[in-house]
Ligand binder design. Structure first.
Ligand code: UN1
Length: 496
């Protein structure tokens, strides 16, 4: 095997080694013998240098006209299109999801770059009449400064792009720390930013652990916004780190998403949706379908078909075009899956298929687990309430739409949900009453597009959304401007 390539941090427009002189390996979860690269195990000093560079660069970047910033984003999209296949293959190798999904991940970064490029010529504020004569008023958006991004491994290029592109087009500068399991895809994206002409210091990449890079990043007084996608546990730490001085926090965390299958649903369509939502990305999406709430009248038909479909899924290395589901991201995630399978059994749920780690043949080198379905699950069981982030789906019976909605809404999360019904009235009732940030009719719980707000209610987030115009809101600050051209002091609320 050739020596693995060494990848560096990107700070102030230079590719540099960590001052720690330490590094870590990026391994393939489908075959952990394969090392994809050596990355910098950075520390607080590296992080502070990156924040310093971003601070310095902010003063110039904020004054570059937004349409010009948008043009650079447009170039990013154009370069990504040319590299899509290469980057998708590298992503499959570093995080395991199948090639057609990693192509989608790069595509999402392309979409977001184009979308935010257009925002260079919009970033709309508004004008509105004054209550006084000869007075003009408007609201404009202004950038905040240095934005820190802490991004997850499940969408290793798409999610960094959701944060980087709106931040840049608004005139902010960036320090990004990607997940240690997937530094390569973030590296590729930052490399493209450099090539497209993002000036030095405007974007900085620091790889390494949460404790050595993430913590100093979220704790720095010079960071104005922290945008984080990941676990609820770490999200709480981000919130706490920023609370004392009220620095802005955007959080995108867990989900326990459900599909509701009504007795009038097209069952084959619902089965397809549950399969894609439950086992796509090996169940490792924030938007994954981990619960299917099924009307008792169609329970048998749905369950038989869903279980048969899950059993026939081809599991393996995502580079093989026949493979439909890849491995879990790492040993510890796989252990979580195994643990939840035993919890489900102990709680008395009925194991309908799967339930085992795959260890034969080449599976032994990766973190593979069978697609697993539990039936007769009670909404109060832990497997129905806690996020598993793996290929485990719980089927929960219900008697009515009202009950389905109650079960759907009865978790601490609120990211995504969906209903399968042929009845337009039921569809609208569910659209109104499902308390999730994303909702689908006759489709799975996954499939968000970049120009609509993405995020959830309850403990999924902290009230913010990313993507679409909502993403611009996270990375800009409103300024209301009043221009009095009356030539005298006019008092609002007081002068008639
Ligand atoms: C995530 O689940 O972490 O809608 C992101 C989807 C994708 C994005 C998912 N477009 O599932």
């Amino acid at each position: 095997m050739p020596e693995p390539r060494i990848y560096k941090n990107y700070i102030n427009g230079e590719w540099v080694e960590s001052v720690s002189k330490r590094s870590f390996e990026n391994r393939n979860p489908a075959d952990s013998r394969e090392v994809l690269g050596i990355f910098q195990k950075s520390n607080q000093q590296d992080t502070e240098m990156a924040i310093g560079a971003a601070r310095e660069a902010f003063n110039k970047w904020r004054l570059v006209p937004a349409p010009k910033r948008g043009e650079i984003l447009f170039k990013i999209a154009e370069i990504l299109i040319k590299r899509k296949e290469d980057y998708a293959r590298q992503m499959t190798q570093e995080m395991g999801k199948v090639l057609k999904e990693t192509r989608g991940d790069v595509q999402e970064a392309i979409d977001m770059s184009y979308y935010m490029a257009g925002e260079g010529r919009r970033q709309f504020g508004f004008t509105t009449p004054s209550e006084l004569p000869n007075k003009f008023q408007m609201s404009v958006r202004m950038p905040l400064g240095v934005c820190a991004m802490i991004t997850p491994w499940n969408f290793p290029m798409a999610i960094p792009s959701w944060k980087i592109m709106p931040a840049l087009v608004c005139g902010n500068t960036v320090v990004i720390k990607p997940a240690t399991d997937t530094p390569l895809s973030a590296y590729n994206l930052v490399k493209v930013c450099e090539e497209a002409g993002v000036p030095k210091g405007v974007i900085n990449l620091v790889t390494g652990s949460g404790s050595e890079v993430g913590l100093p990043l979220m704790s720095s007084k010079n960071v104005k916004v922290v945008s984080f996608t990941g676990s609820t546990e770490v999200g709480r730490k981000v919130s706490e780190a920023c609370a004392p001085d009220f620095r802005h926090v955007h959080l995108e965390m867990g989900g326990k998403n459900a599909i509701m299958v009504m007795d009038d649903a097209r069952i084959d369509l619902a089965v397809e949706g549950a399969l894609w939502g439950g086992f796509g990305t090996t169940g490792q999406r924030c938007t994954a379908t981990s619960r299917v709430i099924v009307h008792k009248k169609v329970m048998k038909e749905f369950t038989d078909k869903f279980v048969a479909a899950a059993k026939s899924l081809k599991i393996g290395n995502g580079l093989d075009p026949m493979v439909e589901m890849g491995p879990s991201i790492n040993e510890s995630q796989l252990k979580t899956v195994i643990e939840y399978v035993s919890i489900g059994k102990e709680e008395g749920a009925k194991l309908l298929c799967g339930g085992n780690r795959l260890t034969s043949g080449n599976y032994q080198y990766g973190f593979f687990h069978e697609p697993t379905i539990f039936g007769e699950v009670d909404p109060q069981m832990r497997i129905a309430k806690e996020e598993i982030f793996g290929p485990v789906v719980s089927i929960i019976p219900c008697d009515s739409l009202e009950q389905a909605i109650e079960i759907n809404n009865g978790t601490i999360y609120g990211l995504s949900s969906s209903v399968y019904t042929q009845d337009v009235n039921r569809a609208f009732v569910t659209m109104r009453d499902a308390y999730t940030g994303i909702f689908y009719v006759n489709s799975s719980t996954i499939g968000a597009e970049v120009h609509l707000p993405f995020g959830g209610t309850n403990q999924t987030g902290n009230g913010h959304r990313e993507a679409g115009i909502a993403g611009i809101d996270v990375f800009s600050e409103w300024k209301s401007i009043y221009v009095d051209f009356s030539g005298k002091l006019q008092k609002a609320q007081i002068d008639a």
